[in-house]
Ligand binder design. Structure first.
Ligand code: ADE
Length: 225
């Protein structure tokens, strides 16, 4: 998968996407990541990328020209399956959307700042508007990093253990069951004996029960979906 991210703060994205699983995904050729500085496309004297909003009011708006030029340059080079805008008023990100996006070849992600981007960019180019939660971040970059991480780990081959991503929380609208590692007894609290039984059928049944119980307790809304 190729992902192009358009931002005015490239540094904010470089670190979270160049370590651990995202690093390995790139080394193994599953992910080709390109980060573009929108400022490089500005035709303004000071390389500015924002301006006052029409109608007045506090806060600057990211102007059309640099963003449109960057998007159009990329579009002239390849076709994009999705051009995503990270925004708190977008559709709330969930595992279903991540699964869907993980099957795409080329994705572009636009990160907003200030009051956001000129509405005409959204109208002319954007195919999906995504929010990572009901709170406002200073910009779309951290949201984009979350989105890329959640999507890329689902690409077959990115995670070593193929089944691992499939047993994550949310994959079947259930939270994941509790997990344990050594020692068997920690400060008097013991690992549930069934996990030491070696009976894989019983262990699977126990994990399913625990997943259901945990979901009922912590996220009953998921069971209604
Ligand atoms: N930009 C600012 N807040 C955001 C949010 N909650 N999700 C995605 N992008 C954002």
């Amino acid at each position: 998968m190729r992902i192009d991210i358009l931002t005015i703060l490239p540094k904010l994205l470089e670190s979270p996407l160049s370590d651990s699983i995202m690093k390995r995904a790139q080394e193994k050729g599953h992910l080709e990541l390109h980060i573009h500085n929108i400022r490089d496309y500005s035709e303004q004297k000071q390389k500015s990328v924002d301006d006052y909003q029409y109608g007045g009011g506090a806060g600057m708006v990211m102007m059309c020209q640099p963003i449109a030029d960057c998007i159009e340059k990329l579009q002239s080079e390849r076709e994009y399956d999705a051009i995503i805008y990270m925004t708190p008023d977008g559709k709330r990100l969930n595992q279903v959307t991540c699964n869907h996006l993980s099957s795409f070849q080329n994705i572009m992600i636009l990160c907003g700042h200030y009051k956001g981007v000129d509405q005409r960019i959204r109208d002319l180019y954007i195919t999906n508007e995504i929010s990572i939660g009901d709170y406002v971040l200073s910009g779309g970059e951290l949201g984009a990093a979350v989105l890329v991480d959640a999507v890329v780990r689902l690409i077959p081959g990115v995670i070593n253990d193929e089944t691992s991503a499939l047993t994550d929380s949310f994959q079947d609208n259930l939270l994941a069951p509790p997990v344990y590692t050594r020692p068997e007894d920690y400060k008097g609290t013991k690992v549930p004996s069934i996990l030491l039984s070696g009976d894989s059928k019983k262990i699977e049944d126990w994990r399913n029960e625990q997943a259901l119980k945990r979901t009922q307790e912590k996220r009953p809304d998921l069971l209604k979906e």
